[in-house]
Write a protein that binds this ligand. Structure first.
Ligand code: SAH
Length: 246
């Protein structure tokens, strides 16, 4: 099976791979555990100024990305999925990073990691003409309830979250499941507190149970702390957790 692939459409191609060229994601990229391709939307502009934006109909501040230019870029993206060297197993969704989108949660990340990859459309200015989003059946994904200056950093967040779930990327196969929001032992809870050496730091010893070597007690302590932290910090997650538990 071909590696999970991300195809990014942006007017700032030099922002990629950016931070994802380092560390875990960077090594995985070098090893071909995932693939990253970038299309410069500006290459699909038709006029001599290579403009990708224009003023909004109806007035108001800012500029809007033109549907004809974005359409040409999205069409090239689709072609590269069907005919490209990577091939395509199943459909890779076209996602427009947008504050109006479905919130990127670990469930969404897991679904994306299980697929062949994604096409990511990064907006700039005030955003993208609505008609081209409709025409391409674009899904919208938000990284949170705040406004970024462009979709590129949101695309990096999405790819970072997906790539660490891909087979072979994390050194320790157990790790992803133990994270906050992870799938296994502490499903639906925020992470318990972490400690490492020195065992006594500035008069603050680590909790005794952690040095006891008693695995069941350690597990119970972590569970209790994870529950307490979730209840205090994220009543929304806590409510869902207690409901799911029955
Ligand atoms: N006028 C828009 C904001 C545009 S910000 C509004 O008020 O909703 C410019 C671009 O940044 C957007 O087109 C989008 O691609 C990206 N962006 C901004 N905030 C984002 C977020 N929270 N999640 C994902 N993408 C975001």
């Amino acid at each position: 099976m071909a590696a999970w692939r991300s195809l990014v459409l942006t007017i700032f191609p030099e922002m990629f791979p950016g931070p994802l060229g380092q560390s875990l994601a960077g090594k995985a990229l070098d090893k071909g555990l995932w693939a990253l391709d970038v299309l410069d939307i500006r290459n699909f502009a038709r006029d001599k100024h290579r403009s990708v934006d224009d003023t909004p109909f109806g007035g108001g501040a800012g500029m809007v990305m033109r549907p004809d230019v974005v359409d040409a870029a999205l069409s090239a993206a689709r072609e590269s999925w069907s005919g490209g060297a990577t091939g395509s197993e199943g459909e890779a969704p076209v996602l427009y990073l947008s504050p109006r989108g479905r919130l990127l949660t670990q469930d969404v990340v897991r679904d994306l990691a299980a697929g062949p990859g994604v096409t990511l459309l990064c907006g700039r200015y005030e955003g993208v003409d609505e008609r081209v989003l409709e025409a391409h059946g674009t899904l919208e994904v938000s990284v949170g309830d705040y406004i970024l200056s462009g979709g590129e950093t949101a695309a990096l967040v999405l790819m970072d979250a997906v790539v660490r779930l891909l087979p072979g990327v994390m050194g320790n196969a157990d790790s992803p499941g133990e994270e906050s929001f992870g799938a296994e032992a502490f499903e639906g809870l925020l992470e318990y507190p972490l400690y490492t050496r020195p065992a006594d730091w500035q008069g603050r010893p680590v909790p005794e149970v952690l040095t006891s070597g008693h695995h069941e007690n350690i597990r119970r302590w972590r569970q209790a702390r994870a529950e307490e932290i979730t209840r205090q910090r994220r009543p929304d997650l806590w409510a869902r957790y207690t409901k799911d538990k029955g």
